[in-house]
Write a new protein. Structure first.
Length: 396
């Protein structure tokens, strides 16, 4: 892989996104996995896709130019943080978030709903919002100019039970209507709804029934990957993908572990995001097909192999495990090298899944993945086995 060139890309003027937003190219004959394209203003995005998270306009530890060189077609920005600093007005003056960060490809901005919970856990969410209102969230996202924007939803922990979960579900539906009404750039920015309902199947179904009545370009599955049991997690994902429209993208929020990605692609999800690959890099962890390497460990002090001999990323092409081990003790540059590798790993995993779906080899891909990851089907976590079987894939 060629070394990334530094310097901002020139963002072309956005053009209205074509309809429909999703073009399905191939469907797995055994599972719900599908290969598709998102038809967005800044270029087509192959799906299934993993989207790196950039809180304030770039993923931590990697530049926009390096992301592009790795083949990334879409990444995330955080509405709450960008709306606080540097502020939507300044970003808009710079040509929107694309121009501000020098990114000529697609962007998705979240709504700020998660931050309303995580930054104000002791406060009460009201109909008007807490740190953001639905209207303010959409106003900021319109100014930032991302290709996909998210409704403001009332986020509760996936482990929350009782009346608060139902309240949050109904409020998210009402806030969706307010976001639709406030959206001023529908031809340039696709507004996604976010399905809530916690771990309650009845509430999830009610939310799905209500939100799919709205003519929005895509849907996200929210409120999961927050500490719930994995058996509960995959069952809620399957319930949603079973009931979501087949002609619109399905975005599973906050999911980034490799096994979770493979399982949820089998269940029919198209889009994923997570801070995991960048966050774990900051702890000295490198992602590999068989799990991860903790490069701070003394066992790598004299290991002159690359992280992964089959990886084409700049880190693996230039540096050894021993070099990275030494850097981790003294130089922040090590975190940069690991971030580049970890994002490359995630993107390559998604590319391999897409290719296997197009080639009608996805069940074989899953079996190969499980063998590489766990040493055989008998060691695969029971929840993943159950989920894959429910999707139509057996591991033997």
């Amino acid at each position: 892989m060629a070394a990334p060139t530094e310097g901002p890309e020139q963002a072309p003027a956005p053009v209205p996104a074509p309809a429909p937003l999703l073009r399905v190219l191939a469907q797995c004959s055994r599972s719900r996995a599908r290969a598709a394209e998102l038809l967005l203003p800044h270029g087509a995005v192959p799906c299934p896709v993993f989207m790196p998270v950039g809180t304030r306009g770039t993923a931590k530890g990697i530049t926009a130019a390096q992301l592009a060189a790795l083949g990334c077609r879409i990444c995330l920005g955080n509405t709450y943080h960008l709306g606080t600093r540097p502020g939507p007005e300044l970003v808009q003056r710079a040509g929107g978030l694309h121009g501000f960060m020098g990114w000529a490809r697609n962007l998705l901005t979240d709504s700020g709903g998660f931050q309303m919970v995580s930054l104000a856990a002791l406060s009460e969410v009201t109909e008007g919002g807490l740190l953001l209102s639905p209207e303010r969230s959409v106003h900021i996202q319109n100014a930032l100019g991302a290709d996909i924007i998210m409704q403001l939803d009332d986020v509760v922990s996936s482990t929350t039970t009782g009346p608060r979960v139902e309240e949050a579900m109904h409020r998210s539906v009402r806030w969706l209507d307010r976001c639709i009404a406030a959206h001023r750039r529908p031809s340039q920015q696709s507004l996604f709804a976010i399905i809530q309902g916690g771990l309650d199947p009845a509430l999830r179904r009610r939310c799905l029934e209500e939100m799919t009545r709205r003519d929005v370009p895509g849907f996200a599955i929210g409120g999961l990957s927050g500490g719930e049991e994995k058996e509960q997690f995959w069952r809620m994902v399957k319930l949603c993908t079973d009931l979501l429209p087949p002609d619109k993208p399905r975005y599973l929020m906050g999911v980034g572990y490799a096994t979770d990605l493979v399982v949820c692609v089998a269940l029919g999800c198209d889009m994923f995001d997570c801070v995991f690959p960048t966050r774990t890099a900051r702890f000295g962890s490198a992602l590999v097909p068989w799990g991860s390497l903790q490069l701070k460990s003394q066992q790598f002090a004299k290991d002159f192999r690359p992280i992964d001999e089959r990886c084409g990323c700049p880190t693996c092409q230039r540096h050894s495990r021993a070099y990275l081990h030494a850097l981790l003790r003294s130089d922040p540059a090590a975190l940069h090298h690991l971030t580049v590798h970890n994002i490359a790993y995630q993107l390559e995993l998604m590319r391999a899944m897409r290719d296997s779906i197009v080639g009608q080899r996805f069940p074989e891909f899953v079996r190969d993945f499980v063998r590489a990851r766990y040493g055989g089907p008998e060691r695969c976590p029971p929840w993943a086995r159950h989920a894959l079987e429910a999707a139509g894939i057996t591991l033997e």
